[in-house]
Write a protein that binds this ligand. Structure first.
Ligand code: ADP
Ligand code: MG
Length: 232
């Protein structure tokens, strides 16, 4: 079942007295439980793609459908609600709060939603456990965790709201190859377990074979990569 689809999306940014085309006729579909990797060099439009999919930016033209809703038809308020209910985002810049423990990073989400923190505590603990943070590490603040562990907290936090769509920007850029590979394996596992439609963008082609499907991004355009080339 397709959960996220982009159809002929075009996005431009102001660039002096011209416009810079960041996304050019971009179309894709991602099903529940599928991990799609988008690889491309810096500046090719990967973060812009995720921003449009996340409904944080409106495309100049084209359609973005999330969980069956055509996002162009929604008011700002409705889009914010859609994002909160259906979309989990792991940003390139980790935005964990320095004063909170790993567990509290998740609980603050529940608090901001007005939910019961007490009821959420058990589920947050289980989620952190499932991404590889044991009880001792769940009590640590970001600076007491490794880069890979912080990325695991980011992923758990994005999953905490039970999103249908999971968007992940360059999850391995701060990690060595071995740790990066383990993060991509984790994304593949949580995508299956939580049945999310997951899009991971990266400039690191080496890790991409672990995804279900791979697309190449060049100058704002997406192209398929032949399957044999990505299966080593
Ligand atoms: P990537 O994530 O692949 O590095 P981006 O989506 O960040 O690529 O950027 C795509 C292009 O759009 C680049 O040329 C970048 O300089 C430009 N760009 C990104 N964000 C903005 C912005 N807010 N204003 C103007 N240009 C931008
Ligand atoms: Mg980027």
């Amino acid at each position: 079942m397709t959960v996220l689809s982009l159809d002929s999306v075009r996005l431009t940014y102001p660039d002096g007295d011209r416009r810079l085309t960041a996304l050019d006729a971009v179309s894709l579909e991602v099903a529940a439980g599928e991990l799609l990797a988008v690889a491309g060099p810096s500046g090719s439009g990967k973060s812009s793609l995720l921003a449009v999919a996340a409904t944080l930016l409106r495309p100049d033209s084209g359609q973005v459908v999330v969980a069956g809703r055509d996002t162009a038809r929604l008011s700002d308020k409705e889009r914010t609600a859609l994002r909160r209910e259906h979309i989990g985002i792991v940003f390139q810049q980790s935005n964990l709060l320095g004063s909170l423990t790993a567990l509290e990073q998740l609980l603050v989400v529940e608090h901001l939603r007005g939910g019961s923190v007490r009821a959420a505590r058990e589920r947050a603990g289980a989620l952190l456990d499932s991404v590889g943070l044991d009880a001792a590490k769940r009590a640590r603040r970001p600076h007491q965790l490794s880069g890979g562990e912080r990325q695991r907290v980011n992923i758990a936090r994005a999953l905490f709201g039970r999103p249908a769509v999971l968007l992940v920007d360059e999850p391995t850029s701060a990690l060595d190859h071995e740790r990066g590979a383990r993060i991509v394996d984790l994304l593949a596992r949580v995508t299956a377990e939580h049945a999310t439609a997951t899009v991971m963008v990266t400039h690191d082609r080496a890790l991409m074979a672990r995804a279900d499907r791979l697309l190449d991004m060049t100058d704002g355009r997406l192209a398929a990569v032949p399957t044999p080339a990505v299966r080593s």
